[in-house]
Design a protein around this ligand. Sequence first.
Ligand code: FRU
Length: 520
Amino acid sequence: MNYTEKYRPQFHYTPEKNWMNDPNGMAYYEGEYHLFYQYTPFSNQPNFEKMHWGHAVSSDLVHWEELPPALSPGEDGAIFSGSAVVDKQNTSGFFDEEGSGLVAIYTNNGNTATPDKPQVQSIAYSKDKGRTWTKYLGNPVLFPDTTLDFRDPKVFWHVETSKWIMSLAVNDRVEFYTSPNLKEWMFASDFGEDVIGTHRGIYECPDLFSMDVDGDPNKKKWVLILSVGDCNGVNPNDPEPPAGGSGMMYFVGTFDGRTFTPDKPIHSIHDLKWIDFGSDFYAAVTWDNTTEIDGRRLWIGWMNNWRYADLLPTNKWRGSTSIPRELKLKTYQEGIRLVQEPVEELSGIRSPLATLENVTITPDTNPLTDITVDKAELIADFEIGTATEFGFKVRTSADEETIIGYNIAMKKLFVDRTNSGKTDFHPDFAAKHEAPLEPDDNRVRLLIYVDWSTIEVFGGDGTAVISDTIFPTPGSDGLNLYTVGGNVKLVSLQINELQSIWLPNDKVKENIHAHQDRLV
Ligand code: FRU
């Protein structure tokens, strides 16, 4: 495999060709991480009448093998977003007495059998590790009374009530359903209709899961994730996500098997909690069956924004995933927050380039002049000094730069992609995106991932995350440290080049074995 086309991400999954959007049906099963995704196999534009589930597998979350599309549309309509679960106890009856298998739960869009109900939920099962799928003859398993927007089922096994729970996006709310067998679903409750400030776009791709707070198994909370579209909501005056267009928010609360109750009512838009402050992180949902294996709650998002999704300046393929991330709940002064960290497996593709320690950075000096890199991991710890702003400029050349900076007075982390390269395909693309970030004991920690067309910045513990696409010219590979108005102390910096994940097969196997050895 030789994925070296202009802008092709080197350590993010992209399909070899054509359109992708939301990640779907992620599940860990018998040594493989599955990634399905919204896929139009014959065009680099989305076709909502012909959407498939594309498919890739990985044994380390880093190197991916693309497989043929898993689910294709037919009389039942297009295959929209949804989830997959490992049916360990054969509750569905699809598998042998002692066996288990994968069940996909997805939306059919435009089912010809139900013309007055264009979006219904269906299921399919696989007995061969996701390679082939059989659609259930009793489909659809759930259909709406009235609404047009009734989609994106995300299902998990609720141990306390021994039931499957489905979270479903229903225009301006999330509906929860329960089932003993994945085939029969009962309405339980809904959430969101009256939640202030969340209705500029319609709700999409919900996810509900529990997590330990501060790593303490005796302190559990439930998290409800929501993607909110760019338009068609019931209140167009509600706020846009921080970077505009489509975006993601979350709520922390309790769930009793039927009802989700947020800990804090949303009295105003200032109570909303955004997941990512960049423009390009959407429709992220979590993997099924990873917490059972190693305790981690993992997810991946689509690095794009419905505002300009179909205009991205690539041709062969269009759309990319984010890097996989681990989620945690941590307590801060202001309450419990969801934090994101890159998965540790990414350390397997590091090639160390340079380290610096205890260097004072002054305006007009750049200690990194000798370094060029176009796909990298930067791990930096700064101590605030007299500067008003400091940070990195990445993917630079005479005409291009993407700035990743921290504004001390405003206490804001930012990514400025105004001059990042090709930006003219949409008027909103060239912009600066900001995330609030409190210094920790006068220190600012940044973890940055730069690829051929993506930037992901994790500030602090992963409370301030900015994910943005960029389209720099291939030779723009300079790297700068900068300050404005005074000095900053660089306590430590590691620069790692990241290897392409699209290596020849033998090299991939070597890396995966090295990873598995580390886990033993
Ligand atoms: C979110 C979304 C989902 C839908 C899918 C269609 O990006 O609009 O609500 O199922 O994309 O591809």
